[in-house]
Design a protein around this ligand. Structure first.
Ligand code: COA
Length: 379
């Protein structure tokens, strides 16, 4: 796989083309004790290639060639960034990794992300997080991938929710950059199998998912989804844990779990039947029915649908007015509503994760994900 060792080897191979700063960064990289994670390694790789060879102009690898495709995507995403800037960013990045390691001495990925964001809320890699007019906005920021949620992104969202829970804002908004709200779990998460094999991958993914959904269940303030376009998978299922869901008429709601050999998460196996009745929930969660925004509104999943042309202005005008309401009154009222359900929601989350652990190691799931990528490769 794409290991730290191979990254070091790459640096050795390319070291002839580097300047002194690079030599230092290379040495620093070799003292890292902890694997910085695939997202970070890809970023390091991309900056290195950009710095030494300039913009990516090699042919795009096939979709099934996951590792090279991920590396190519990372390099390509740097666009026309100059070699000097890439060299500088590369050195800064390695420097910050070394500094983070020296300052922390361990912890989980989201603990590390929390440490990184404690002093600088703007420093997210995959999100844009802002606070303005008493509203904290968490915006998924991978529009080129339709805001599919990578492992790094799950960790960053957990941290962003924890920070928003503590900040002074009155309401928290969740939305997406670009034309999509979110395309759900990034399916390449399943293709990065760690050394411990598929079981290990499933266990790690399960722990992360449990923690992710827990962050929504426990979120103490009003949480609003501004669904700016189509929504898929986990971005739909957790909507049952939001307090308000505003959607553009262009949005659709799709949970293709059985198509992917998987099962429902985000507490939807409980919240969906409760809000829309078993028959309608089953159409979505078992039979992959994709809803329009108007249908989702009729079933109670969406609070209100707006014309696409006026969506942003109408929604934000409304939210800014809501954010002027007394903060504590909102927090306490939300807690009254949530406290009746909280224990049950945690139990549902646990049961759903348990089921998915089994699903992720099943042949049905493996075959379905492979056929998603194969289907794309034929296009
Ligand atoms: N995981 C990984 N990559 C994804 C993704 C996902 N969930 N959703 C979209 N992408 C990537 C595509 O592979 C593509 O990458 P590329 O440009 O490198 O080829 C890019 O995002 C744009 O998507 P594309 O499929 O070209 O756009 P589209 O408008 O034709 O279709 C979707 C968008 C979301 C309908 C389609 O990508 C899709 O079905 N994605 C899978 C959704 C899913 O099943 N999620 C999990 C639910 S449990």
């Amino acid at each position: 796989s794409f290991s730290l060792a191979s990254l070091r080897l790459l640096l050795v191979l390319f070291s002839g083309a580097t300047v002194e700063q690079f030599e230092q960064a290379k040495t620093k990289l070799s003292v890292l004790k902890r694997d910085p994670g695939n997202e970070m390694k890809l970023r390091i790789y991309a900056l290195f290639k950009q710095a030494t060879q300039g913009p990516c102009n090699t042919p795009k690898p096939g979709l099934l060639d996951f590792i090279n495709k991920a590396k190519w995507d990372a390099w390509r995403s740097l666009g026309s960034l100059s070699q000097d800037d890439a060299r500088q960013q590369y050195c800064d990045l390695i420097g910050s990794l070394v500094a983070a390691e020296e300052g922390e001495g361990g912890g989980t990925a989201s603990d590390q992300a929390a440490a990184k964001h404690a002093g600088s809320p703007a420093a997210y890699e995959t999100l844009q997080v802002t606070t303005e007019d008493d509203i904290t906005t968490i915006r998924l920021n991978r529009p080129a991938k339709k805001n599919a949620i990578t492992t790094e992104m799950y960790n960053e969202i957990i941290v962003a929710l924890q920070q928003a829970a503590k900040d002074e804002s009155v309401i928290t908004v969740f939305t997406g950059a670009g034309d999509f709200y979110c395309s759900g779990n990034d399916l390449t998460n399943f293709t990065r199998v760690p050394e411990g094999g598929v079981e290990d991958m499933a266990r790690q993914a399960g722990d992360l998912l449990r923690k992710y959904v827990k962050a929504y269940i426990d979120f103490p303030k009003p949480l609003v989804a501004v669904v700016n376009g189509p929504a898929v998978g986990i971005s739909v299922t957790v909507l049952g844990l939001f307090d308000l869901v505003y959607a553009t008429e262009r949005a659709t709601f799709h949970t293709p779990f059985s198509q992917l050999g998987q099962s429902a998460e985000g507490c939807s196996s409980y919240t969906f039947p409760k809000m829309m009745g078993v028959a309608k929930a089953s159409e979505m969660l078992l039979f992959n029915k994709k809803l329009t925004a108007v249908q989702a509104c009729e079933l109670g999943l969406v609070t209100e649908v707006f014309p696409d042309s006026s969506f942003q202005s109408e929604v934000w005008t409304r939210l800014k007015a809501y954010a002027k309401l007394p903060r504590n009154s909102l927090v306490l009222s939300k807690q009254l509503i949530r406290s009746v359900e909280k224990e049950r929601l945690h139990a549902v989350n646990d049961a759903e994760v348990e089921r998915l652990l089994e699903r992720w190691t099943s042949d049905e799931c493996f075959t379905a994900i492979m056929s998603f990528f194969q289907g794309k490769a034929k296009l």
